[in-house]
Design a protein around this ligand. Structure first.
Ligand code: 1Q0
Length: 215
């Protein structure tokens, strides 16, 4: 039916959005970056309400960035590079402690950027997993190597509990709606280098401007 087609959602399309992120001269388009996260959140929501606290935070951060994009200075937010330059030049970033700019584009994107590293690690594990691999373990390992480093104990605990109820690998592959496992593996193999490139470019930009620890 039309309704179920509507809800059907294919991970390939989501990951393709990250392809659109890179401009010819390797700048990262904020619009597509945010669209990529939107798609991932949809996927997360389809896994169940236990993940609500995670998707809620992601949605908030996506919204902050969309507001800048659609705001009066939207033209400064076309790429991550232009956003960083604009916010730094105009002193719109709290650099050492939270003050008058608690929701700068720079600090908001940094949270998603750290989550992108989690995604990269998790998808790489999924790609190389076997039938009896546990998604909860792959997810927890990826989290511990990335996002967990920035989260307080209580968030790590809640995240760990949510991972435990992740569906198994077969159900997971099903929800991804890409096709048989071989096709999932092939799709991930194509998507991962791009996600990785978007991550690296952002990481280097933030490192250059000493923005990797924004409060
Ligand atoms: C599949 C399972 C998904 C698990 C996602 C792992 C992320 C766990 C993060 C848990 C923490 C969320 C609670 C909020 C934390 C904030 O304090 C923190 C910092 O922000 P702030 O403002 O307090 O300084 N926020 C974050 O660190 C941002 C977290 C964003 C997480 C976005 C996750 C979006 C999820 C996508 C699911 C994609 C699944 C794709 C799998 C595809 C392969 C089938």
């Amino acid at each position: 039916s039309v309704a179920s087609d509507d809800q059907k959602f294919c991970l390939t399309e989501v990951l393709d959005t990250f392809k659109l992120c890179l401009s010819e001269n390797k700048e990262v388009y904020l619009e597509h970056y945010v669209a990529g996260w939107r798609g991932l959140v949809k996927f997360l929501n389809s896994l169940g309400s236990v993940f609500g606290f995670i998707s809620k935070d992601a949605v908030n951060k996506i919204q902050v960035l969309v507001n800048y994009l659609n705001g009066e200075n939207g033209s400064q937010y076309v790429t991550v590079q232009s956003m960083v330059k604009y916010e730094l030049d105009n002193e719109l970033v709290d650099l050492t402690k939270r003050g008058s700019h608690p929701e700068s584009g720079c600090r908001t994107l940094l949270r998603l950027h750290r989550a992108l590293r989690w995604l990269e690690l998790f998808l790489e594990r999924l790609r190389t997993s076997t039938e009896d691999s546990k998604t909860s373990v792959m997810c927890a390992e990826s989290y511990n190597e990335s996002l967990a480093l920035y989260h307080p104990w209580v968030v790590r605990k809640a995240a760990g509990m949510a991972f435990c109820v992740l569906p198994g690998r077969p159900a997971f592959f099903e929800v991804m709606n890409v096709g048989p496992p071989e096709q999932v593996v092939a799709m991930l193999g194509e998507a991962l280098p791009l996600i990785s490139e978007v991550y690296q470019i952002t990481e280097e930009l933030y490192a250059q401007h000493l923005l990797l620890d924004l409060p």
